[in-house]
Design a protein around this ligand. Structure first.
Ligand SMILES: [Zn+2]
Ligand SMILES: [Zn+2]
Ligand SMILES: [Zn+2]
Ligand SMILES: [Zn+2]
Ligand SMILES: [Zn+2]
Ligand SMILES: [Zn+2]
Length: 202
């Protein structure tokens, strides 16, 4: 029994000292740069010593180049609009992906091509705080707070708990679940339509 205890003790000691060595403080040394995680201002690398992923700001030399391979440039933007409040773009030059809020000019138009308009909702998906839908016309996702009528009902199917009958209170969680499934299905169909029409426009 004593032997076994000593053995376990040794075992524990060895392993705890191993982990102490591994977590010992060191300056992370740049190994492989992960290009796909690089942004306009930062790069990421796996540490040569501990393998941990680290992010830090680019350091640019006189030619505007960083040691990670990223060089300063004006992004050549390829827009993808997926939401009423933001757009994403991929830079054709460096392949980085950016997400930005739309910025609307006096004509309610953003430089990505998105223009404010009255959306035509496909099916609603809703939770307690708000609802979501895809617009059948522009294919973007819209997120809104519920708008309740005098009976505490929203157009999406949500009923405010204070106004809900016993039955409505009982079935609301299921209604929510079903609405979210229908919303996902709508997202898939919308994505397909958008891809198809963008393909045609090329
Ligand atoms: Zn390290
Ligand atoms: Zn860099
Ligand atoms: Zn770029
Ligand atoms: Zn935009
Ligand atoms: Zn729309
Ligand atoms: Zn609603």
């Amino acid at each position: 029994m004593k032997k076994l205890t000593a053995f376990i003790l040794a075992f524990v000691l060895i392993f705890s000292s191993v982990s102490v060595v591994a977590s010992a403080e060191h300056t992370h040394e740049a190994g492989l740069y992960a290009d796909e995680l690089s942004t306009e201002s930062t790069h990421s690398f796996y540490c040569e010593t501990c393998g941990e992923l680290n992010s830090e700001n680019h350091v640019f030399n006189e030619n505007g180049e960083c040691v990670c391979g990223y060089a300063k440039h004006i992004h050549e933007k390829l827009y993808a609009v997926v939401h009423e409040s933001y757009h994403m773009f991929t830079c054709k030059e460096c392949g980085s992906v950016f997400t930005e809020w739309h910025t609307f000019n006096e004509n309610d138009e953003c430089e990505c091509g998105y223009k404010k308009h009255e959306h035509t909702p496909d099916v609603y998906g809703f939770i307690g705080t708000g609802h979501y839908y895809y617009c059948k016309k522009c294919y973007v996702q819209v997120s809104e707070n519920h708008t309740l009528d005098e009976n505490g009902k929203c157009v999406c199917g949500y009923v405010h708990p204070d106004k809900a009958s016993v039955i409505e209170t009982m079935i609301q969680p299921f209604k929510m679940m079903i609405s979210i499934y229908r919303f996902w299905a709508s997202a898939a169909v919308t994505g397909f339509k958008r891809g198809f029409e963008q393909g045609l426009n090329k």
